[in-house]
Design a protein around this ligand. Sequence first.
Ligand code: ADP
Ligand code: MG
Length: 338
Amino acid sequence: MKKRAVALILICLLLAGCGETAPRANARTVFAMDTVMNLTVYGGNDTQLNAAEQELHRLDAALARGTEGSAVYALNRDGTAAGTELAYLVRSALAISEATDGAFDVTVAPVLELWGFGSGAGEHRVPTEAELAEALAHVGAARLHTDGDTDHVTLDLPAQIDLGGIAKGYAALCVKQKLEAAGATGAVLDLGGDVALLGTKPDGSNWRVAVKDPADGGAYLGVLATDGGRFVMTSGVYERYFEENGVRYHHIIDPRTGCPAESGIVSATVVCGDGIWADALATACCVVGADASLALRARLANETPFELILVTGDGRVLYTCDGFTPEAGNGYTYEKVS
Ligand code: ADP
Ligand code: MG
């Protein structure tokens, strides 16, 4: 949380330098989805920010699988549920699962639970092999179904789903839509380091987003200049973890093994025009590693184009985007790749 707060301040500082003639930015800090979020609307008003804040609180409740009465809760309990939003999210999750060969898989929930990264305040611990095998027996996107174009979703119980890997991307998308509907023309939504950019900056220049250094919450890897309409989503194995017997176990699970991913990636930032895909792909890249992430980018180039900034455990930063300016002198080796 502390790291996120520092990253937030960094982003604010960068944005603050964006022009003296800019209309006044109206900002609000919201705590939702266990995250400090900062919404900045240029020339914005309280009505717009109220709508955005309300939407974040609504989604916080709606997407958490522990919320009784939510569609996700009903699906996990009954194996069947209806809801336009749930069906949309499940359809997206299934499409991303397919595109990533199962690296992103919302049915990984029972495994998350075992490691204590689940919905409840479960204790963090290393599960036994037998426990993992039992949980993995219920994991797989083939257990989750949508019914044509209807808003009906079914799940083969005891399989369970967890939307944590797309919640912030979807929230960013929804809040952006709310703000646009309320007349906002330029905004930065920072959902704890996951950033969405709306419209244009008052002075017409590119938005600038600081990409945080996974090893140091107070530093950043570089600055990304981008136009509006983009989502800049980061997943990192440093975000949530626990240590047992000197070994660090983090919250991004490789669905093939049921264990925290060991792909060599410590942080993956995805820049994409679709918030849900940006969020999920960042998680998937942490699972599959650098080479497979770059291959995935090439494979999806026409369907869902996206850019990558990957940090490896051995101190390399691989990036594909033209608008990224590396920070000098921080010990990383930067490599522009295509
Ligand atoms: P955050 O930005 O909230 O730290 P991420 O976007 O990095 O989260 O996504 C991690 C979350 O996604 C985990 O907390 C968990 O809920 C879920 N998750 C973990 N591994 C996977 C996976 N392989 N596929 C889908 N969801 C996952
Ligand atoms: Mg994410």
